[in-house]
Design a protein around this ligand. Structure first.
Ligand code: U2F
Length: 544
């Protein structure tokens, strides 16, 4: 069946259910953005013209909100706890609904069993029949629950699963045997999925797919009004929980206070949290739409280093604020920071919000060393002088998210894999390459450099789907004029690569370990880069 765009969200709102603060938060968000989604649907509909879109049967199982996983998030919704995940799930549900798919939503193991056709009360009884869905979106908690309740058949149906994974999963951590043997085993990884089945919140791990979320978009009149009403000496602090304000913030807060009126939205019960200095005008945790109003007046949105990679800086920039954030030197990662420990990635985070730094940058984003008071002071004064327009990258608009999710749903399933071992779409006979091969740009990294960085510094992005086309002697030797004296094929996540000193070229033997992230001091990587659309890094020029 052909999928038809939907602009009425009432059915979706009924499906989301009631009885928890997390669900109420998501529903308020869906309602608040309904008009924007509607307009975006109409625009994308016109852009895609008469193109056929398959209507898919989709199950969304939100594992972290199930009672069975402990649901630690729901009770904290009104108390300053993380909301980023709920923002993203609300937007994923809306995107799938608006794109016209046949959607089922599960927020408990019981509902999951019902939808999968597993008899209730027989948790260990595996699903024996065919999977009644084309696609299942879930998270790591949900994956664990599905393993418990689908038994062995999970393996068979694995290629239909997409895992929403905020911080990303790198291939070395995903491959069970390799991770176990080489010290990459963590609490989360080792599911042997195709790494593109993990979908992240920001486009930070090109081995995975970028799912994202949306932020409110302003029209030209709203933008003009906001710019007229900006209060040049008003700052809002990023940090809704008192613990984010603790220790070591006094120095730069004093400097900031010397120039600006400082506002906060820190949750409190009865008394002002002691971590928040008396000069800060604390509004308490605000509903999302009131926070937007505050951001419309403020000139500066200032980060303290935590939370990492949340939605709020994008909302601030979209409302015409300049986002000021700390540089991390040395960078934070799972090797040196508690928050990232155990996460299936060794990605290094060089500032509180790397996306804001790399993809948006000046004048909207300033990343400075907070320990250097002079640098900090100069930044504040520059911010007060600088005029900026509200800005939202296309990939974070409703239309951008619809376009991307549409492209994934219609194309990712068609992908083939070298050797057919990925279980990604082995049931399809003649898989056309997607992204198309026309987008491939073959590059060689510096010694010790990953393909993520090599592609990025050349203005491209690493495309793991293209590894299978470059993992051969021809690419290694002839095209790049590398003199390989030996060509070996091994199981190692830094391959394909070659050692300059030893004149040895190495090919990858395990397609699951094709990795943009991999790097090693004495090796130059062979990198499958691709072009991308401006403002929509997930899609290449010919990808739509
Ligand atoms: C991130 O989670 P957070 O929830 O801490 O991310 P934020 O950027 O602070 O904000 C999420 C939403 O909270 C809203 C705001 C954002 O959309 O509009 N909000 C609000 O409604 N009222 C307020 O007073 C202040 C903010 C990230 F998303 C998670 O994935 C991580 O787990 C977490 C830790 O790094 O950071």
């Amino acid at each position: 069946r052909q999928a038809a765009f939907r602009t009425d969200l009432s059915v979706l709102l009924d499906q989301v259910g009631t009885g928890k603060e997390s669900l109420s938060f998501m529903k308020r968000r869906i309602r608040r953005l309904a008009l924007q989604w509607g307009t975006a649907a109409n625009r994308l509909d016109a852009k895609l013209g008469q193109r056929w879109r398959d209507q898919k049967k989709i199950l969304v199982h939100v594992g972290f909100l199930t009672e069975e996983s402990g649901d630690v998030f729901s009770p904290k919704v009104l108390k300053g706890g993380p909301l980023g995940e709920m923002v993203q799930w609300a937007d994923i549900l809306t995107a799938l609904h608006v794109l016209g798919h046949n959607l089922k939503i599960s927020m408990s193991v019981k509902e999951l069993q019902g939808f999968l056709g597993v008899p209730p009360g027989r948790g260990s009884c595996p699903l024996t029949g065919p999977l009644p869905f084309d696609l299942i979106y879930t998270d790591y908690h949900g994956l664990q629950q599905m393993k418990q309740h689908m038994g062995l058949s999970l393996k068979k149906h694995k290629c239909h699963i997409r895992v929403i994974d905020t911080f990303g999963t790198e291939p070395a951590y995903n491959h069970e045997e390799y991770a176990t043997l080489h010290g990459y085993r963590t609490n989360w990884g080792y599911w042997n999925l195709n790494a593109r089945q993990y979908m992240t919140m920001f486009p930070h791990t090109p081995d995975n797919s970028f799912m994202g979320f949306v932020s409110e978009e302003l029209n030209e009149t709203e933008k003009r009004i906001i710019q007229q009403n900006k209060v040049n000496n008003m700052a809002v602090v990023y940090g809704k929980e008192a613990s984010m304000w603790k220790q070591g913030k006094e120095g730069f807060l004093e400097i900031l206070h010397g120039y600006m009126e400082v506002h906060g939205t820190v949750y409190y019960e009865t008394q002002r949290p002691p971590e928040v200095p008396a000069f800060v005008k604390n509004h308490g945790l605000l509903p999302q739409h009131e926070l937007q109003q505050l951001l419309r007046k403020a000139k500066l949105f200032i980060g303290f280093g935590f939370p990492y990679e949340g939605p709020a800086p994008l909302e601030a920039i979209a409302n015409g604020c300049i986002y000021l954030q700390p540089k991390f030197s040395p960078p934070h990662s799972s090797l040196n920071h508690e928050f990232f420990r155990g996460k299936p990635t060794s990605r290094e985070v060089f500032s509180q919000h790397p996306y804001a730094e790399q993809y948006i940058g000046r004048p909207h984003v300033m990343t400075v060393d907070y320990n250097n008071s002079l640098e900090f002071d100069t930044a504040i004064r520059e911010i007060m002088r600088t005029k900026v327009e509200p800005y939202l990258p296309y990939e974070y608009t409703c239309e951008g998210m619809l376009e991307r999710v549409h492209a994934y749903i219609q194309n990712q399933v068609r992908q083939g894999s070298a050797g057919g071992t990925l279980g990604w779409a082995s049931n399809v006979t003649a898989p056309a390459a997607w992204p198309p091969l026309s987008s491939l740009r073959l590059l060689v990294s510096q010694e010790g450099q990953s393909c993520v960085d090599a592609c990025q510094s050349a203005g491209f992005i690493c495309e793991p789907a293209h590894f299978r086309f470059i993992n051969n002697k021809e690419a290694n030797g002839m095209k790049l004029q590398v003199q390989c004296e030996v060509v070996d094929s091994e199981i190692n996540h830094i391959l394909p690569a070659f050692s300059v000193m030893r004149r040895e070229c190495g090919l990858q033997r395990e397609p699951l370990l094709f990795s943009c992230a991999g790097h090693s001091p004495k090796y130059r990587r062979l990198c499958p880069c691709r072009d991308f659309r401006r403002g929509q890094v997930a899609l290449c020029r010919d990808c739509l």
